[in-house]
Design a protein around this ligand. Structure first.
Ligand SMILES: Cc1ncc(COP(=O)(O)O)c(C=O)c1O
Length: 381
C-alpha cells in the first residue's frame, strides 16, 4: 500500500494477502482447533487458542488502519469487553492506580469492581474538560473514551497523553465510536487503541468483536498472553465476517457521519428536544477539540438528545418506522433506545441515544420528524 493511499483504498485492501493465482482475494475462514505440528512445536500456527490465520489477516488489516505510518500489532478478541479487559488486566497489578472516565461505557463500573477486588486503585473523572488529567499522578494507566458513550463528550487526547507521559502512566483510548478511519489514537500519543468492533467497525449488527492495537511489541505480547490465559478467542467465522466488512468501512462511516449531522441539524429545530449532542455540530461543546483530533469530518454516527420525559421518549421510539428500537450502535440500519432503561448511565429519563445508519437521509429525517410529531400528540399521517 502506498503512503498516499486514501482511506477507501486502504479499507478495501487492508490485510489482503499477495494475490495467488486461482485463490480468492480474501481467503475463507480457517476452522482449526489444532494444526499439523510434527517435531518441536514452533509457530506460526500450533494450537487454535494461540493463533489462527483468519485472525492474523484481520489483525493485519486493523493494524494497517489504526497505524498506517508506523508498525503496530493488533490482537483481536471475541468482544469489545474482551479487548478492554485484556488491556486492563494485563497491565495492572495489585497496588497500581488506574484513571477511568466516569461517563464511559456502562460496563466500566463492572470492570472497576473487579479491579478493586484485585487491589487496584480506581480513580474516575468526567471526559469533558480533560478532567482525567488531574488524576494521573502516580497512576499506571489512563483510560480514555472519546467520544464517550452515550453522552458524546470529547477530551483532548494529545493533551491527556502528554500529561500521562509526564506522570509515567500508559494511555489506552477506547476508539469504538470513531473507528480507525475517524481517529487514530496511536498517532495522537496513546499506547493502546482499543475498540468494540461490534459497532461501526463491522457495522452490520451481526458480529461481536474487539481488538487492541499498540506499537510496543512488549505491550502486544502481554495482551496476547492475556488472550491465551483467559482463552477469550474469536471464532474464525466472526473474524472473517469482520474482515469482509472492513472493505465498506469508509463508505459506511462517511454516509453515517453525514446522516448523523443532517439529523442533528434537524433536531436542533425541535422545541421538545433538549441536550442535543453530536460532535460534528459546530456549536457542540465538543466540536473544537473533536475537529482537532478526529479525521475526515467523521464525527461518528451517534446523536444524543433528551425528550421531556420517559413516556414522551417511549412514544417517540414506538412511532419510529425506519429506526429499530435496539441497543448498540454503529450499524447500517438506524437504531435508537432510551438509555435510562438500563439504569447504568447518569442520564435523564427521556435521554435517547440514536445511532444513524446508511438510509437515504430524506427518508430518515422524515421518519424521525413524523415520530417526534406523533410523540407530541400532533396529527400524523
Ligand atoms: C465505547 C464502548 N466500548 C466497549 C464496548 C464493549 O463492546 P462489546 O459489546 O463488543 O463487548 C461498548 C459496547 O457498547 C462500547 O460502547
Amino acid at each position: 500500500m502506498t503512503e498516499t493511499a486514501g482511506d477507501g483504498t486502504r479499507a478495501v485492501r487492508a490485510g489482503l494477502p499477495e494475490p495467488v493465482a486461482h485463490e480468492p482475494s480474501l481467503p475463507g475462514p480457517v476452522f482449526a482447533a489444532h494444526y499439523h505440528l510434527p517435531g518441536e512445536p514452533a509457530g506460526p500456527y500450533t494450537y487454535g487458542r494461540d493463533e489462527n490465520p483468519t485472525w492474523t489477516r484481520l489483525e493485519q488489516a486493523i493494524g494497517e488502519l489504526e497505524s498506517p505510518e508506523a508498525p503496530a500489532e493488533t490482537v483481536v478478541f471475541p468482544s469489545g469487553m474482551g479487548a478492554v479487559s485484556a488491556v486492563l488486566f494485563s497491565q495492572l497489578r495489585s497496588g497500581d492506580a488506574v484513571v477511568l472516565p466516569s461517563d464511559g461505557y456502562q460496563a466500566l463500573p463492572l470492570v472497576r469492581e473487579a479491579l478493586e477486588g484485585y487491589g487496584v486503585e480506581v480513580r474516575t473523572a468526567p471526559t469533558a474538560g480533560d478532567a482525567q488529567r488531574t488524576l494521573v499522578d502516580g497512576a499506571r494507566l489512563l483510560w480514555i473514551e472519546s467520544p464517550a458513550n452515550p453522552g458524546l463528550d470529547v477530551c483532548d487526547i494529545r493533551r491527556l497523553c502528554r500529561a500521562a507521559r509526564a506522570a509515567g502512566a500508559l494511555v489506552a483510548v477506547d476508539n469504538t465510536l470513531a473507528t480507525p478511519l475517524g481517529q487514530r489514537p496511536l498517532d495522537l500519543g496513546a499506547d493502546f487503541s482499543v475498540a468494540s468492533g461490534t459497532k461501526a467497525l463491522t457495522g452490520h449488527g451481526d458480529v461481536l468483536l474487539g481488538y487492541v492495537s499498540c506499537r510496543d511489541p512488549r505491550s502486544a505480547a502481554a495482551v496476547r498472553k492475556w488472550r491465551k490465559t483467559a482463552g477469550a478467542v474469536t471464532g474464525p467465522m466472526e473474524a472473517w465476517l469482520a474482515h469482509r466488512s472492513l472493505a465498506t468501512l469508509q463508505l459506511r462511516v462517511d454516509r453515517q457521519a453525514a446522516n448523523a449531522l443532517a439529523l442533528a441539524r434537524a433536531l436542533r429545530e425541535r422545541p421538545e428536544v433538549t441536550g442535543l449532542r453530536h460532535p460534528g455540530l459546530p456549536e457542540d461543546p465538543a466540536h473544537t477539540v473533536a475537529a482537532g483530533q478526529m479525521r475526515g469530518g467523521r464525527f461518528g454516527c451517534v446523536v444524543s438528545f433528551t425528550l421531556p420525559d420517559r413516556a414522551h421518549a417511549e412514544r417517540f421510539l414506538g412511532a419510529l418506522l425506519l429506526v429499530d428500537e435496539a441497543t448498540s450502535f454503529g450499524g447500517v440500519r438506524s437504531s435508537a433506545e432510551r438509555r435510562g432503561r438500563w439504569g447504568g448511565d447518569a442520564v435523564p429519563e427521556g435521554f435517547i441515544r440514536l445511532s444513524v445508519g446508511v438510509e437515504d437521509p430524506d427518508d430518515l429525517l422524515a421518519d424521525v420528524e413524523r415520530a417526534l410529531d406523533r410523540a407530541r400528540g400532533r396529527a400524523a399521517t
